[in-house]
Design a protein around this ligand. Structure first.
Ligand SMILES: [Zn+2]
Ligand SMILES: [Zn+2]
Length: 338
C-alpha cells in the first residue's frame, strides 16, 4: 500500500480488540476510525494527549505510564460502514451490496482521502499531512464517506453538492471549478476504474459537457487549455439561435473556430468570449431604451448611428444592443453641445 495512505506515525487501535488479543492491519488505513466488531471508536492518543506511538510501554500503556482509555460513545453509522468496507476489502470478503465497486483497500482509501481533503481549506490539508488525531478527522471522514455508499447515488449526491452555485455555466471547469480536473487524476487508478466510468458518465450528462461528446474534438480541446463549447450551448447561453452564433464567430464577434464535420461544418466557441458577451448583454440597452434615455427620437438615433457617433456592440437581425458606458458618454457629449 502507498505509504501516504497508511498512518505509520499515529497507530490506531481498538482497545477491546487488543484486550481480546487481536490486532487488525486495516486499523491504520486512511479514514478507518471505528471497529465494526465492537461498535467502538479506534483510539490513537492517551488522556495525556501523547499519540499512541509504536514505541509505547505496552499494547495499552502510554509512555506516561497510564492505560489508554476507550473513547466512549457509539461511532456514527457511516464511519462503521466505511470501516467494515475497509475490513472486507483488506480480507478479500465481498463488500456490502450497495458499496461502491472499488477494488482494493488502497483504492478505497485514496478516493476517501480525495473527497475529505477536497472540502477543506489548504490549512486543514497541511495539518492532515501532519496527521490529525482520529478524533479530529471524524467530521471530515463522515462528510466524505457517503461517496462509498448507496452506489451510485452517494457519489452523484456528493458531486451535485460540489457544483458551484451559478447555473448555466458554459464549461465543466466553470461549473465545478478545480473538482473536475483534480478528480480525473485521482481516479487514474486501476482499482477505481468503475468509479471513474460513473464519474465520466456523470460529467458527460452535464449540459456543460456537450463538447465532450465528440472524442476526437475534445482531445484537441483538452490540449489547448482553452475551454470551448459547441454552438448549441453558446446559443442557449446567449438566448440566440445556433446560426446566429455561427455568424458571430465568422464575424469575429465571438472567439472561436470553424471545424469541418462529416456532414456539415460546426463551430467551437471560446467559453470565455461567450461569458464576456453574456455579461455585457445583461446590462445592455436596446435601441428604444437608448433613444429614450438620450431624449431623442428614433430617427435621430439612427442618424447618429449612420454618422458612427455611436455603435451597438451586438446586432442580430433588427435587434441592436448598446453598451451602457457608450450611451453615458454620448449623453455627456450631447449635454455639452446643448
Ligand atoms: Zn474491536
Ligand atoms: Zn499518556
Amino acid at each position: 500500500m502507498a505509504m501516504s495512505l497508511v498512518n505509520y506515525s499515529r497507530p490506531r487501535i481498538c482497545i477491546r480488540c487488543v484486550r481480546e488479543g487481536r490486532t487488525k492491519p486495516e486499523w491504520d488505513v486512511f479514514g478507518n476510525l471505528a471497529c465494526p466488531d465492537h461498535l467502538a471508536y479506534l483510539v490513537d492518543e492517551c488522556g495525556c494527549r501523547l499519540p499512541a506511538t509504536w514505541f509505547r510501554r505496552g499494547p495499552l500503556r502510554c509512555k506516561c505510564r497510564r492505560e489508554l482509555q476507550e473513547d466512549l460513545g457509539r461511532p456514527e453509522d457511516v464511519l462503521l460502514r466505511t470501516s467494515q468496507l475497509f475490513s472486507d476489502l483488506a480480507h478479500g470478503r465481498p463488500p456490502a451490496q450497495d458499496a461502491a465497486p472499488i477494488e482494493g483497500v488502497e483504492a478505497a482509501a485514496k478516493l476517501l482521502r480525495f473527497c475529505a481533503a477536497f472540502d477543506h481549506d489548504p490549512g486543514w490539508r497541511a495539518t492532515y499531512i501532519g496527521k490529525p488525531s482520529a478524533r479530529n478527522s471524524r467530521t471530515a471522514i463522515q462528510k466524505a464517506s457517503p461517496i462509498l455508499w448507496s452506489w451510485p447515488e452517494g457519489l452523484k449526491c456528493w458531486l451535485d453538492r460540489r457544483r458551484l452555485a451559478s447555473e448555466g455555466q458554459v464549461s465543466l471547469n466553470l461549473a465545478y471549478g478545480r473538482l473536475y480536473e483534480s478528480m480525473r487524476s485521482t481516479l487514474d487508478n486501476q482499482g477505481l476504474r468503475r468509479v471513474r466510468a460513473e464519474v465520466n458518465s456523470y460529467f458527460g450528462a452535464c449540459p456543460e459537457a456537450v463538447f465532450l461528446k465528440n472524442r476526437a474534438m475534445s482531445a484537441n480541446i483538452m490540449g489547448s487549455r482553452q475551454s470551448y463549447v459547441l454552438t448549441q450551448w453558446a446559443a442557449k447561453r446567449l438566448g440566440v439561435s445556433s446560426k446566429a452564433v455561427a455568424r458571430m464567430v465568422e464575424s469575429g464577434q465571438l472567439k472561436g473556430e470553424r471545424r469541418a464535420g462529416k456532414r456539415r461544418r460546426h463551430y467551437l466557441v471560446s467559453a470565455n468570449s461567450v461569458n464576456e458577451l453574456h455579461s455585457r448583454m445583461r446590462v445592455a440597452l436596446g435601441f428604444r431604451q437608448v433613444a429614450e434615455s438620450l431624449g431623442i427620437r428614433p430617427e435621430e438615433l439612427t442618424k447618429l448611428m449612420e454618422e458612427r457617433v455611436i455603435a451597438p456592440f451586438f446586432v442580430l437581425g433588427t435587434q441592436s444592443l448598446f453598451d451602457c458606458c457608450d450611451v453615458e458618454k454620448l449623453a455627456a457629449r450631447l449635454a455639452k453641445v446643448e
